[in-house]
Design a protein around this ligand. Structure first.
Ligand SMILES: [Zn+2]
Ligand SMILES: [Zn+2]
Length: 84
């Protein structure tokens, strides 16, 4: 993971560090589902779409939740609607 180029040099403190790492720790990022031996571009049913009774596959998943999701719409819904 590349280091974010924040303007933190002037206000560098332990507090800033822990806050930044905390954010990083909880952050959710989309990533492509890892290819397998049999499937170079694997796709899985999107969790949000499945809940909405739509059958739709995606090649993306949340790196943290390990849940297949379309990017960006379903990804955002999954992380902003509490009911999921
Ligand atoms: Zn979806
Ligand atoms: Zn997530």
């Amino acid at each position: 993971m590349p280091k974010p180029d924040y303007k933190e040099r002037e206000q560098f403190s332990y507090e800033n560090i822990s806050e930044r790492l905390h954010a990083k720790h909880w952050a959710h990022f989309p990533k492509h589902i890892d290819p397998t031996v049999s499937k170079l571009r694997p796709s899985r049913p999107c969790k949000v779409c499945r809940k909405n009774k739509k059958c739709s596959e995606t090649t993306w998943e949340c790196k943290r939740c390990k849940v297949p999701l379309h990017v960006p719409v379903c990804f955002e819904q999954y992380h902003t609607i509490e009911d999921y």
